[in-house]
Design a protein around this ligand. Structure first.
Ligand code: PLP
Length: 222
């Protein structure tokens, strides 16, 4: 498994306007350094402790994206340096990110996680709960976060039509939110969707951020 070759192959497939988040969770620093040598600068992690350890030792021009479920009591550890938080799924979490961001005088870009898969999940807004949260309006008072778009995961299935359908739902929902709540907010422009097995379908459906792990780094050993 040659990480640099994998990165370069994926990058040649990405249309302009689509960025690659190299998902390095459970992989050691040497693997991240290999991807870094190939020019990759955006890395995605899903565990706070693992991320803070990597942040401390790896080059400071890396853009770290938090892609996993984030507990409110852990926001403070990543607020000083995180570039984007992909999976915000409650107003309470937005408030906590805002609070910790204000302590370190930052504005943290966030994406709203929407549950689009058929599998049950504890995480992610439903379309309706997301609309309600935005309609309510209190998020407008949070000056240290910026809502930059949406994020979702399709059902883990071989059925491409089902995956396409779910990605289209997320894209259409993004468009609805853009028109309704963010018409003049240029920063509301991101759709984070697509992983190793389905990122080509996500790109067809309008993804702007693909989160690819095993196709770059190989299987994770948990
Ligand atoms: C682990 C993970 C990925 C990457 O998955 P691969 O199948 O290894 O590409 C993408 N997004 C999220 C939210 C993840 O947790």
């Amino acid at each position: 498994m040659d990480i640099q070759t994998n990165i370069k192959e994926i990058l040649t497939e990405l249309p302009s306007g689509v960025r690659l988040v190299a998902v390095s969770k459970f992989h050691p620093n040497e693997c991240i350094e290999a991807a870094y040598q190939a020019g990759q600068r955006i890395f995605g992690e899903s565990k706070v402790q693992e991320l803070t350890e990597k942040y401390q030792t790896l080059p400071k021009d890396i853009e770290w994206h938090f892609i996993g479920h984030l507990q409110t009591n852990k926001v403070k550890y990543i607020a000083p340096f995180i570039s984007m938080i992909h999976a915000v799924d409650s107003f309470k979490l937005l408030e906590e990110i805002n609070k910790q961001a204000s302590k370190v005088n930052r504005i943290i870009p966030c994406l709203l996680e929407i549950h689009i898969a058929q599998e049950e999940s504890k995480y992610g807004f439903t379309f309706e709960s997301c609309r309600e949260m935005l309609q309510e309006g209190a998020w407008k008072n949070l000056k240290n976060i910026s809502i930059n778009g949406v994020m979702g995961m399709a059902t883990n299935t071989e059925d491409s039509d089902e995956i396409r359908k779910e990605f289209k739902l997320l894209h259409d929902f993004f468009t609805e939110l853009k028109q309704t709540y963010f018409p003049n907010e240029a920063q509301f422009c991101e759709i984070s969707m697509g992983m190793s097995h389905d990122y080509p379908l996500a790109i067809e459906a309008g993804s702007t951020l693909v989160r690819v792990g095993s196709k770059i780094f190989g299987d994770r050993i948990y």
